[in-house]
Design a protein around this ligand. Structure first.
Ligand code: GLC
Ligand code: CA
Length: 556
């Protein structure tokens, strides 16, 4: 399906974390049979591409991000034939498919590591990073970054969990393995890759000790955007170019200037990069410290990336994925569920870039609140609970997990109001959010003004307007703590997007340049209150926005 790689600029992606998407064979675990059955649903949403979080065999220490076989499908999710069926059917429906490429590390159960740990002189010895003495780095997911291995008598580096040893990308054989993996999936017909923590794969020689006081942050400079990263990325790009495949990098802690090095120039090794700035409008390092949500922080992050990439590179747009709690619970309000869910959709779906929707986001799924840490599954939540703020009470530590856990995005998708939310006929592998009775796909499909139907509308409007796809971004009233106001313009056509993040009705003061100009209302999340298509004078006295109201206007 890959005539031109530029398809990604007009696409809307949907991310599937398969384990919780839809169980097709009744064992309580989401799988590719379930995905196959839901492809028409995805088409009805208007999405043009799927990103699959890892589907490969994995001991699930980090739910798929610890891979033990790169060229296969986890038996719990199906097999290669079933994957091919899903891929072919998706293509028939006009939906492209990208895979998750996780090559900073493997599982410790991967045959390469099984061999590597045996001795210092076998063909796999240098596939990983071994040292006689550890340095002082901490891992992102679980304790210190080094683990002693009895059989080899050395320590191996793991920037993530203990069961995720880091590959030694400086070894040319490892890079050849990566290229084989790329080719394997590209030959099957996939359209590209989302590349996990890809800015971490080249480490500074000698792995120096961190001088920083804060764990992780101090040492990151020794492995983020490391010395050979762009050479290695170029090797992978060359393979992907043969297939015209799209490459999207995940860039934890990436800055605009370092992202541009991947996204521009002759080297241009990535088509897009996931940045994280806008995911910290209510926290410091997601799970470490929770802060009250500040709209100004969110706007600052959005605008920084919108302005800095203009004319140079292409943005990714997202509010949720499998690593973050649900956005309504963070930046919106569970009390104003429909209003804030639809407003948040408006706030990001009309920015410039390629939107990603995470499973369940389109119906406004919210965080779960489990009563003990043992009920959480995620290695990172457990680590966080047992590592940070140990002097706080158990309740307050649990509260922090409730606010920050990645598990909130990993509960089963709520398909309908029947048992287990229609996710599975067996016992689901993980808790179903009890709000499924009121928040589910079937119900929202039938309600004209639901969050689901609003997403559909947004996607349709976005896809049919060159100004909304390619127009320049401009933000207004940057310092305002309640409203997010921006415009998108192209060839004399301008759209104005106004989002209220306030819980009460407030007057909005609109940009001066729009004074006296008439606007046509294209979309609002208060459908019964205003007629769409009507003309507005936004400066008429008493013009106030409802709580969490959103409007898309065309300036005529
Ligand atoms: C990425 C993934 C996350 C995983 C980590 C290690 O950030 O999105 O889920 O834990 O990499 O692979
Ligand atoms: Ca299953």
């Amino acid at each position: 399906m890959n005539e031109s790689r530029d398809w990604f600029k007009t696409a809307v992606f949907y991310q599937i974390w398969v384990r919780s998407f839809k169980d097709g064979n009744g064992d309580g675990i989401g799988d590719l049979y379930g995905v196959y059955d839901k492809l028409e649903y995805l088409q009805s949403l208007g999405v043009n591409a799927i990103w699959f979080s890892p589907l490969y065999p994995s001991p699930n220490a980090d739910y798929g991000y610890d891979i033990s076989d790169y060229c296969n499908i986890h038996p719990e999710y199906g097999d290669l034939d079933q994957f091919q069926k899903v891929l072919d059917r998706a293509h028939e429906l006009g939906i492209r498919v990208i895979m998750d490429l996780v090559v900073n590390h493997t599982s410790d159960e991967h045959p390469w590591f099984v061999e590597s740990r045996k001795s210092g002189d076998n063909p796999y010895s240098d596939y990983y990073i071994w040292r006689d003495k550890p340095n002082n780095w901490s891992s992102v997911l679980e304790g210190k970054a080094w683990e002693y291995d009895e059989s080899r008598g050395q320590y191996y580096l793991h920037l993530f969990a203990r069961k995720q040893p880091d590959l030694n990308m400086d070894n040319p054989k490892v890079r050849e393995e990566v290229k084989k993996i790329l080719r394997f999936w590209l030959e099957m017909g996939v359209d590209g890759f989302r590349e996990d923590v890809i800015n971490f794969i080249s480490k500074k020689e000698g792995l120096p000790n961190s001088l920083g006081i804060l764990p992780i942050i101090g040492e990151m400079r020794y492995y983020k955007d490391g010395p050979h990263i762009h050479e290695y990325m170029q090797e992978f790009r060359d393979v992907c170019n043969e297939y015209n495949a799209v490459q999207i990098g995940e860039g934890p802690m990436t800055t605009v200037s370092s992202a541009l090095k991947y996204l521009t120039g002759r080297r241009k090794s990535l088509d897009m990069m996931f940045s994280f700035d806008h995911m910290t409008a209510d926290c410091l390092f997601t799970e470490y410290l929770h802060l009250p949500f500040k709209l100004v922080r969110l706007k600052k992050a959005f605008s920084k990336w919108q302005y800095s990439l203009e004319g140079k590179a292409w943005n990714t747009l997202y509010l949720e994925n499998h690593d973050h709690p649900r956005v309504i619970s963070r930046y919106g309000s569970e009390k104003h569920h429909r209003e804030s869910g639809t407003m948040l959709a408006t706030a990001y779906l009309f920015l410039k870039g390629t939107p990603f929707i995470y499973q369940g986001q389109e119906i406004g799924m919210t965080n779960i609140r489990l009563s003990s840490i043992d009920q959480y599954k995620d290695v990172s939540s457990k680590n966080n609970f047992y590592t940070y703020h140990l002097k706080d009470s158990i309740e307050s530590r649990l509260h922090r997990i409730h606010l920050s856990s990645r598990d909130s995005s990993r509960t089963p998708v709520q398909w309908d109001g029947s048992r287990n939310a229609g996710f599975s006929e067996g016992d689901p592998w993980f808790t179903v959010n009890p709000n499924y009775v009121s928040v589910n796909v079937a119900k929202q499909d039938a309600e004209a003004d639901s969050i689901l139907n609003y997403y559909r509308q947004c996607i349709r409007i976005r896809q049919s307007s060159p100004a909304l796809l390619f127009g320049e971004y401009r933000e207004y009233y940057h310092g305002d703590p309640n409203f997010y106001v921006y415009s998108r313009s192209l060839d004399g056509e301008t759209y104005l997007i106004i989002c209220s993040f306030a819980r009460e009705r407030l007057p909005v003061i609109l940009p001066k340049q729009f004074r006296g100009i008439r606007c046509r209302l294209i979309l609002t999340n208060y459908p019964r209150e205003r007629e769409q298509g009507r003309e507005y004078d936004l400066h008429s006295p008493g013009f106030r926005l409802y709580p969490y109201e959103a409007m898309v206007l065309r300036i005529s």
